[in-house]
Write a protein that binds this ligand. Structure first.
Ligand SMILES: [Zn+2]
Length: 299
């Protein structure tokens, strides 16, 4: 069932893909770069692109929404293919057409392939809550703390280590069902709040929380909102995050394997009960991780 859903996603993502080849800027120069990318993707959803570069190309960079993913080109005699993941953040991105550019060099010449990807509005559910203002309003010291912690998190998310350690589908971090989905729009006491930029799993306290792929621990935090949290850099712009842990079992800089226990589920940070909040960043964009995990919201 899960695998079937994954195949359906692949078909959906690849449907409508077109292939562009840009030859060298000068006639007769054998230089080609091929990019397959979807023409339209819902806001917040991850998507795959595939790049094929002829031998001899170097410095391949994927430019998307203000960030760059540098691909490790071998410089050998054969053409090379790369499969990358990109996405958009439901909080910061807006619907519209965005340029996806792949740039490469051979010698002193630059090759640029530009594709336009339409980010389409997506219907995410709305949740209305009424809470006492004492539970909603933050003190200045809490806000100051949050902004300091946010700066550290932004640095961790901007990582893009050159080795790719992930493969699809990603491993489930916990076996439990999904509670709150990604993109949930929240309104507290009539005021719109930030949308939910991760997935909550209904995991009881003590459940082992596992890394969705191999990688290196980029950050271990004890933050105001996220509580005890672990961030893992999986390479090629992918960073996964695990919040509200009872405690972390790993240290910053440590290498972890796919499925390694990072900590145990808890209720630390600003939560009302134990659960796992799982988030995924692709080049700094927090995307819906479910399509990559082969988990439906009903499971
Ligand atoms: Zn959450």
């Amino acid at each position: 069932m899960g695998l079937q859903k994954g195949k359906q996603l692949c078909r959906m993502v690849w449907a409508g893909s077109v292939c562009l080849v840009v030859l060298g800027l000068f006639p007769g120069v054998a230089m080609a770069l091929t990019v397959n990318a979807p023409q339209e993707v819902p806001l917040g959803k991850p998507f795959r692109i595939q790049i094929t570069a002829e031998a001899g190309l170097s410095e391949i960079g994927v430019h998307w929404l203000g960030s760059v993913l540098h691909l490790p080109v071998g410089g050998g005699e054969k053409a090379e293919s790369f499969e990358c993941l990109l996405g958009s953040d439901v909080k910061s991105a807006s619907a519209g057409e965005y340029a996806l550019e792949v740039r490469a060099r051979r010698g002193g010449q630059e090759v640029v392939v530009r594709r336009w990807v339409r980010l389409a509005e997506a219907a995410y559910p709305l949740q209305r809550l009424s809470l006492p203002s004492s539970q909603v309003d933050l003190s200045q010291s809490a806000l100051d703390r949050h902004y300091r912690e946010k700066a550290r998190v932004m640095r961790a998310l901007s990582r893009s280590s050159p080795a790719k350690h992930w493969r699809l589908p990603l491993k489930r971090p916990v076996p439990q069902a999904v509670g709150s989905v990604y993109g949930l729009r929240r309104e507290i006491n009539g005021q719109p709040r930030s949308p939910h930029r991760g997935v909550d799993f209904r995991a009881p306290a003590g459940t082992p929380v596992r890394s969705v792929a191999a990688g290196r621990v980029a950050l271990v935090g004890d933050h105001f909102f996220a509580g005890k949290s672990v961030y893992v850099d999986h390479g090629w712009g992918m960073v996964s995050m695990y919040f509200h842990l009872r405690g972390a079992r790993v240290q910053e800089g440590e290498r972890v394997g796919r499925g390694a226990v990072l900590g145990r589920c808890g209720a630390t940070g600003r939560v009302t009960g134990a659960h796992l909040h799982f988030g995924l960043s692709l080049l700094g964009q927090l995307v819906d991780p479910l399509p990559l995990l082969n988990v439906s919201s009903g499971q």
